[in-house]
Design a protein around this ligand. Structure first.
Ligand SMILES: NC(=O)c1ccc[n+]([C@@H]2O[C@H](COP(=O)([O-])OP(=O)(O)OC[C@H]3O[C@@H](n4cnc5c(N)ncnc54)[C@H](O)[C@@H]3O)[C@@H](O)[C@H]2O)c1
Ligand SMILES: [Fe+2]
Length: 385
């Protein structure tokens, strides 16, 4: 006999266009009128956006380019992007790049469309106005931001603050794996591990775990764990890049509906205070937070272990949970990431401050399968140091 269905909700995300050159189709989807195009200097220099920009211009609309988004974008950058769009009276917004430009595009589209003040919408469910039509094109296979209702901005004192609201889910997402070809190893590794953490944390999300997120998370973890090392070692491998981009998107859909937790909460202060890339910060804390959770999340970790290490099927749940942690740790190591906080210039004296800062991430900590207190957080940073 099956147990009765538990209540849940699931937002299926943006309309998806996928395949080589698919970003060119965005021009035909957006409403007429000027378009704000949000990207960053690295993406511009690589020329990744050239054909998409051409298609937008060829459709007869003015394109206002804002290309000054930095990694872990600041509030000032976001407000400057929104001001540029407002001045040009844009009718739509495109975010083109990694999580940083996509997050700025999402919030710029919302602030321009709704007229809301940024300081009134932080947190979960507070952005309820109407945003401008929005299309997102990822060029990293990591954040899944093109699928999620989340945008993350770095505020005063390095605090990472998020807005999480259905209004931020884009109208269109375009997945073109060719845009991720040639990505350097360190970026491939960090962003790919970020996506794997999204899948794992969605699968164990304490309040909103649900069967559809589980489905997406499992397939995401399969695609990502089977292709990460290949993509790192063979930057131009189209199949591996396609699998990573799809995996990152599926992980995004999973955590859009079953939010991430402790690994992200402890990763954020490393990005906010020390500017470590988001995926790298997650990679450094992954093993330690999973070990902390391993009893509370034992059954879920055991199920995921069979995806990353099928040979462990048949072992007890405690053994399989340990296999998951070891296998993910091995992937981090094989991807070439130096695994200790000290390898990345974090001074030991900073650990208590990091633990204090992590406690500000209650939005995420409430989703963890067990409590992480400030003392726990300090212990976990010490283990990672
Ligand atoms: N909205 C969400 O749901 C969500 C989820 C996780 C993380 N985030 C946020 O996303 C941001 C991180 O995004 P990210 O990890 O994608 O990195 P990023 O957008 O910060 O980009 C990092 C660097 O990679 C370069 N780059 C991008 N695409 C490239 C390519 N194809 N080839 C070579 N270089 C390329 C960029 O120019 C930049 O210099 C953080 O601010 C994080 O907090 C958001
Ligand atoms: Fe993330």
């Amino acid at each position: 006999m099956t147990s009765p269905m538990r209540s849940f909700t699931f937002h299926p995300g943006p309309r998806l266009i996928a395949g080589p050159e698919c970003a060119l189709q965005i021009a035909a989807q957006l409403p007429p009128g000027p378009c704000l195009f949000v990207t960053d200097p690295g993406v511009t220099q690589l020329g990744l956006a050239r054909s998409c920009l051409e298609a937008l211009r060829d459709s007869g609309r003015e394109v206002v380019i804002f290309d000054q988004v930095e990694a872990d974008p600041s509030k000032e950058t976001l407000l400057a992007a929104a001001a540029a769009g407002r001045t040009a009276r844009v009718a739509s917004v495109v975010g083109f790049g990694g999580g940083s430009p996509m997050d700025v595009a999402k919030l710029a589209a919302y602030l321009i469309g709704s007229g809301d003040d940024l300081d009134t919408i932080w947190g979960v469910g507070n952005a309820n106005g109407a945003r401008l039509p929005l299309a997102l094109v990822p060029t990293t296979a990591g954040t899944g931001s093109e699928a999620t209702p989340v945008a993350v901005i770095t505020c005063e004192g390095g605090e990472k603050r998020g807005v999480n609201s259905p209004a931020l889910i884009a109208d269109w997402a375009a997945l073109d794996p060719d845009l991720t070809l040639g990505m350097p190893r360190a970026l491939t590794a960090a962003t790919g591990i970020d996506a794997m953490v999204h899948a794992v944390e969605a699968y164990t999300s304490a309040r909103l775990k649900n069967p559809l997120s589980d489905l997406h998370a499992r397939e995401a973890l399969r695609l990502l764990s089977n292709n990460l090392i290949r993509a790192c070692g063979h930057p131009d491998d189209r199949d591996a890049r396609s699998a990573m981009l799809l995996g990152a998107h599926l992980a995004g859909l999973a955590f859009a509906n079953a939010p991430v937790a402790g690994v992200h909460a402890l990763a954020y202060p490393l990005g906010g205070l020390h500017h470590l890339p988001h995926g790298l910060s997650n990679a450094l804390m992954l093993r330690h937070v999973l070990a902390h959770n391993s009893e509370a999340a034992r059954e879920d970790y055991a199920e995921l272990a069979e995806i990353v290490a099928p040979e462990c099927a048949g072992q007890g749940s405690q053994a399989r949970a340990a296999v998951l942690i070891d296998r993910l740790d091995a992937l981090v190591r094989e991807s070439g990431i130096a695994q200790r906080l000290r390898d990345h210039g974090i001074p030991a004296e900073q650990l208590p401050l990091l633990a204090r800062e992590a406690m500000k991430q209650q939005r995420l900590l409430v989703n963890n399968p067990c409590e992480i207190s400030e003392a726990d957080a300090q212990r976990l940073y010490e283990a990672a140091w």
